[in-house]
Design a protein around this ligand. Structure first.
Ligand code: G6P
Length: 369
């Protein structure tokens, strides 16, 4: 057991630290910087279908659904195809409207989630084209889809998904770049820029992992909280959801993720001097707006933990704690900004004496509906 954990105390921590490598593995052979090429066999098989797609519908559950939300931003931004992201369990019973010009992307780490599999079967019966993104090779979902791409993150043992999420986002980013360039919605210059930046992501994730000690100290301060709020906008909104999910899954602390601006329609009522609020506030298009949201939280005495871009001089004056991550393009930020949130949930859970790798009531793969 300890050999399998490679010297780490838990599989989850090992998997968090494996991310520079697993992200690289999910890009291997797909991102070729020197020749300037992007390759993905599954996408090539569907090239024409992606070019002509009217709509993309993403179906998934749990953390994979959060990767789907990041993909909604990516595919709309880079490939200009309308995207809907659906919980597989809702989609399958809703009599959804589907046509042959729709592409359904199913995302699943295990490839065995019963609801996701059923959603695929339903979409197939309505004539949609199905593209699968799975981690486990030869899994039921991989076999049920017409084409797809493996994430190649390696086996994930911890029930709370970490490296599978960043691998899914990497593959979906590559897919959006490929489709965007084929559809002519992504210029060659922008494509090249993103390729260079994506190639730098493993090193930036490595740097984010060096925040380990700092995050341990923050965890010590907040480990006894009974609620947490996570806020983000744009590409960091799904990251807020994922941060909250990680914390509740393994520490059993109630946590909610929210789009920062939507906070004033409810969660703001919960903010007082006992409420830790994690704000993902990296320098991107929504930065100024997020800064105002931080002020709103501060005015109500919420305790702010902000994830910011290195060198930010504004937010450190407002937040109680800041966690600095390396700068990258807006589009790629989830791959970096999620890392400190994974570590925060991990350390809080360990300090509370929780069974991090096998949290109560949860299963790694949910094969019943
Ligand atoms: C379970 C796991 C989660 C996972 C979800 C979807 O709830 O505990 O970590 O995100 O299922 O699983 P999948 O294998 O389809 O990605």
């Amino acid at each position: 057991d300890s050999i399998e954990k490679g010297g780490y105390e838990h599989f989850m921590l090992k998997e968090i630290f494996e991310q520079p490598r697993s992200i690289l593995d999910s890009m291997r052979g797909r991102l070729e910087l020197r020749s300037g090429h992007l390759n993905m066999a599954g996408a090539r098989a569907y090239e024409q279908k992606f070019i002509n797609a009217h709509r993309i519908i993403i179906v998934a559950c749990g953390t994979s659904w959060h990767a789907g939300l990041v993909a909604e931003y990516l595919l709309e931004d880079l490939a200009r195809i309308p995207v809907e992201v659906e919980y597989a369990s809702e989609f399958r019973y809703r009599n959804p409207v589907l046509t042959e010009r729709d592409i359904v992307i199913a995302i699943s780490q295990s490839g065995e989630t019963a609801d996701t599999l059923a959603a695929i079967e339903l979409a197939k019966s309505k004539g949609a084209t199905i593209f699968g993104i799975c981690n486990v090779v030869g899994s039921s979902i991989a076999r049920a889809t017409d084409a797809g791409a493996y994430t190649h993150a390696g086996p994930e043992i911890g029930v709370a998904s970490t490296k599978a999420f960043t691998a899914q986002v990497t593959v979906l980013t590559l897919l959006a770049m490929i489709v965007g360039s084929k559809r002519g919605t992504l210029t060659d210059t922008k494509l090249r820029e993103l390729m260079v930046e994506l190639d730098n992501i493993p090193a930036k994730v490595e740097k984010a992992l060096q925040l380990d000690t700092e995050i341990k100290q923050i965890s010590e301060i907040f480990k006894d909280a009974s609620n947490f709020l996570y806020l983000g906008r744009g590409y960091n909104f799904p990251v807020a959801l994922e941060g909250a999910l990680k914390l509740k899954e393994i520490s059993y602390i109630h946590a909610e993720g929210y789009p920062a601006a939507e906070m004033k329609h409810g969660p703001i009522a919960l903010i007082d001097e006992n409420m830790p609020v994690v704000v993902i506030a990296t320098k991107d298009q929504s930065y100024e707006k997020v800064v105002s949201n931080i002020q709103e939280v501060k005015a109500r005495k919420g305790r702010i933990i902000a994830v910011v871009t290195e060198g930010d001089e504004v937010i450190p004056k407002m937040a109680e704690f800041v966690i600095e991550v390396p700068a990258t393009s807006d589009v790629l930020m989830p791959l970096v900004s999620v890392v400190p949130l994974q570590l925060l949930s991990y350390y809080i859970a360990v300090m509370r004496g929780c069974n991090v790798d096998q949290p109560r009531n949860l299963a790694k793969s949910v094969t019943v509906e």
